[in-house]
Design a protein around this ligand. Structure first.
Ligand code: PEP
Length: 252
């Protein structure tokens, strides 16, 4: 059985004090939940987040990573530094990084491979823009992002990767893909993984949906055959709201 993962992406939000407060409120709300819970916090809050979640079943993710171990890369953070802190997951290829920082599929692929090599689990994000959807090239775009993002990732390595399909037009816009639209792309991704690897592996890989997921639509989306949880931005910033998303993921 593949894992359902409910992950929050805080983006550039919250101070350390706010991080402490969030987890103090969240922990009692999600105690005993068996679904995998992940919070992707800003670099400055990772240590606090790890300390506050110690002994709980909440895992902490970084929102980005440089593929290199060290060197003259001012402002960057390496996989060794993340591992040293106790980080387990790392977001790679989020559409905001692809768009604002011009990250290419090639660079994203370097990060995926480096994360795996260093024992971190990459959450590889990908998805089409509105223009691409309207031009009927969603599958082509998704296939290219996946084939290039996963280049050189072997059968053993892929089992440490989480995929997050996030249509760009649905991120932070309040516009969610309908469950039919999301399931259609997720089924396509599963089929593609069967071609790239094999059926057994394709059935093992968690494919999250992301894009304006909230407590009101989470259950419907997460109940689809090929949707294995969510990557959530805005609705993951408040403990009560994140707990409701966890509740939805737990009830599947
Ligand atoms: C995201 O940041 O990955 C995301 C899906 O954001 P939102 O839920 O706010 O659309």
């Amino acid at each position: 059985m593949r894992k359902i993962i409910v992950a929050g992406n805080w983006k550039m939000n919250k101070t350390r004090t706010e991080t402490e407060k969030f987890f103090k409120e969240l922990l009692p709300l999600v105690e005993g939940k068996t679904v995998e819970m992940v919070i992707a916090a800003p670099f400055t809050n990772l240590e606090t987040a790890i300390r506050e979640t110690k002994g709980s079943n909440i895992k902490i993710a970084a929102q980005n990573m440089n593929p290199k171990e060290n060197g003259a890369y001012t402002g960057e953070v390496s996989p060794l530094m993340l591992k040293d802190l106790g980080v387990e997951y790392v977001l790679v290829g989020h559409s905001e990084r692809r768009e604002y920082y011009k990250e290419s599929n090639e660079f994203i692929n370097e990060k995926v491979c480096s994360a795996i090599d260093h024992g971190l689990k990459p959450i590889l994000c990908f998805g089409e823009t509105l223009e691409q959807r309207e031009s009927n090239i969603t599958e082509k775009v998704v296939e290219e992002q996946l084939r290039e993002g996963l280049k050189g990732v072997c059968e053993k390595g892929i089992l440490n990767v989480v995929l997050a399909y996030e249509p760009v037009w649905a991120i932070g816009t309040g516009k969610t893909a309908t469950f039919e639209q999301a399931q259609e792309v997720h089924a396509f991704i599963r089929k593609l993984l069967t071609e790239m690897y094999n059926e057994e592996i394709a059935n093992e890989i968690t494919i999250q949906y992301g894009g304006s997921m909230k407590p009101e639509n989470a259950l419907e989306l997460m109940s689809q055959n090929d949707i294995d949880g969510g990557l959530i931005g805005g609705a993951a910033l408040e403990p009560a709201s994140f707990a409701k998303l966890v509740e939805a993921g737990s009830s599947i």
